[in-house]
Design a protein around this ligand. Structure first.
Ligand code: FAD
Length: 542
């Protein structure tokens, strides 16, 4: 029997879901083995973010199980660490234990989407809430509830005003949807759940660099933008046009016009950039950093590498390249699947032919603007149409559709559920415990952490196949990380019960950049051990 064609898809978003659909019969018959690599085992419907943030629907309703959607293909739930085009393999790393694995491929599909652009203005990474990942959105949803709780017991009027001010940076689709839904949310909550807060105390401000909101739509359908502008005004949203955010700080926003908006919540919708993973590909990129493909979604210059969705510049049938929207990513996934099958059957490839369907933007309570192939609609009808399209085209499974419809109905009857399941996240430095004999770092394995020995004894063990040899012993105050081992073939094993302080590599590197003697910061005053010396040495190891 012939070996199956090994297809590895990087990313478990829309590209992967539609690729899996196109390849399903071939995977079932055993002709193709499809592995989808994604750090998340779910895919997010970004169009429903505003509803989730404002508790119209339960948080999980915006996610669908990738495993369910790509079946019978295989989900490899891990971080993509590196891609070796010359060797035709991909190295992944598990989130939980940091182990690496190698996946060989015959065809590689790149669908890693994009990442938030944290270079737009000062303080963006530290003081704003982005909306790209589900984790970002979930954090913001819970933060909004926390802020309302805090404001409801705040007696200082200035601080109360600051807490009840919400700034949205970016007057694009996402920014407008979130700002409008926030007004609705606060109106509802001030009437029902938070009688201590008065609706007139809330302030929602929107900052847009251009002269009008919704710049993407303005050139083609100015009537719809005009409708949205009136709606935004009626909702009382404070719009700052022709300006941008200069800096986001712990106290609020400083605009380019030097105006200051004191706030505890800055939501950023200012744009994405290409995934850093694309830097590993030796192929042409466009001005936005996306992989350039030909009309068959095949990466220019490659024969067995394909790309689609937000990370690819796929030629648009009407000229230019496809915009970063979900339905373009879906069609690219289907096109790539079809073309992989055609390649293996030595048939001519099919060009990408999807030229768009329409766009929609919700404007709060049962109101939206939309156009389908240029035919405009606004108000309640547009909103109904939007919900129908989201449900049928963007919620990718029946199980999720049913759950979502129940949620919409329940919210109508029972109101919004403002429970804040606040969870303490593990920081960048934490404690770990090992019992005698347990392996902390196995031979051949690398870890994303640096470790400081808080107590106990460890051995650095080499094994040449004939027997093992203890090369070195580590004790309290010593440090080890991937660079501190004599060789990758050594393992590190606990001799006694060992307690370690694990430090995320990114944090160690950041500290190392600022202060090479950062070890003392890590020790936070605990003196009398060799940790200062050893961490100081390790932090400079890259
Ligand atoms: C706030 C917001 C609102 C939006 N609203 C709309 C809308 O209303 N309508 C619309 O059409 N589009 C909308 N979009 C755009 C739409 O979400 C994207 O165009 C679409 O998701 C792109 O699909 P994709 O498959 O290319 O990437 P994604 O859906 O982003 O999937 C990328 C996948 O790659 C995985 N991944 C990335 N890097 C790694 C790595 N290193 N290791 C492991 N896994 C990795 C991610 O976990 C994810 O599963 C919105 C986007 C945002 C941010």
């Amino acid at each position: 029997m012939k070996d199956p064609v090994r297809v590895v898809c990087l990313g478990g978003g829309w590209v992967a879901i539609y690729l899996a659909r196109a390849l399903r019969p071939a995977v079932r018959s055993g002709d193709v083995k499809l592995t989808v690599v994604s750090r998340d085992n779910y895919s997010t419907v970004h169009g429903l973010i505003a509803e989730m943030l404002t508790c119209k629907i339960q948080p999980q309703q915006i996610n669908s199980s990738v495993r369910e959607m790509i079946a019978p293909a295989h989900l490899h739930n891990a971080e993509i660490e590196s891609v070796e085009v010359s060797k035709q393999d991909v190295v992944t790393r598990s989130a939980l234990d940091g182990r690496t694995r190698t996946l060989p491929y015959d065809h590689l599909v790149v669908g890693v989407g994009s990442v938030e652009d944290f270079s737009r203005y000062a303080g963006i990474a530290d003081h704003t809430f982005p909306l790209k990942t589900f984790a970002d959105c979930y954090r913001l949803r819970n933060h909004l509830v926390s802020v309302l709780e805090m404001a409801s017991i705040e007696t200082n009027p200035k601080e109360r005003r600051r807490l009840l001010t919400f700034v949205v940076a970016g007057g694009n689709y996402a920014g407008i949807e979130v700002a409008c839904d926030l007004v609705d949310y606060f109106r509802f909550l001030s009437r029902t759940r938070y009688p201590e807060l008065k609706f007139h105390e809330f302030r929602v401000a929107l900052v847009e660099a251009g002269p009008r909101i919704l710049p993407e739509l303005g050139k083609r359908l100015p009537y719809l933008v005009g409708y949205a502008e009136k709606r935004v005004q009626r909702l009382g949203i404070e719009v700052h046009l022709n300006t941008g955010v200069q800096a986001a700080t712990a106290e609020g926003v400083v605009l380019l016009s030097s105006e200051r908006l004191p706030t505890g919540t800055i939501i950023t919708c200012t744009g994405m950039r290409s995934s850093p993973l694309l830097d590993q590909f030796p192929y042409e990129r466009d001005g936005r950093g996306r992989l350039v493909t030909d009309q068959f979604c095949r990466v220019s210059g490659a024969t067995n590498i394909w790309a689609g969705g937000d990370c690819a510049a796929v030629p648009h049938p009407d000229g230019g390249s496809c915009p970063p929207l979900a339905h373009y990513a879906q069609k690219a996934g289907t096109n790539i699947g079809t073309n992989i099958l055609r390649t293996t059957a030595s048939k001519p490839l099919k060009p990408y032919s999807f030229n768009g369907l329409g766009e929609a933007c919700t404007l709060g309570h049962r109101c939206a603007i939309a156009h389908m192939k240029g035919v405009p609609a606004s108000g309640f009808l547009a909103w109904i149409g939007w919900r129908f399209i989201v449900l049928t085209m963007f919620v990718p499974s029946w199980t999720r559709r049913v759950r979502l419809m129940f949620d919409w109905w329940l919210t109508l009857v029972l109101g919004r559920d403002v429970v804040n399941p606040r969870m303490e996240e593990r920081g960048a430095i934490w404690h770990v415990l090992y019992e005698p004999g347990q392996i902390i770092v196995a031979a051949g394995e690398t870890r994303r952490y640096h470790y400081l020995v808080e107590s106990g004894d460890l051995d650095v063990v080499a094994n040449d196949g004939k027997g093992e040899k203890i090369l070195q012993s580590l004790k309290q105050g010593d440090y080890f990380g991937e660079g501190a081992r004599p060789g990758l073939d050594c393992s590190i094993r606990a001799r006694t019960r060992v307690r370690l302080l694990a430090i995320d590599t990114k944090v160690a590197d950041a500290l190392s950049e600022v202060r090479p003697d950062a070890a003392m910061l890590l020790k936070q005053g605990k003196s009398g051990t060799a940790a200062g010396r050893t961490v100081g040495a390790c932090l400079s190891i890259r």
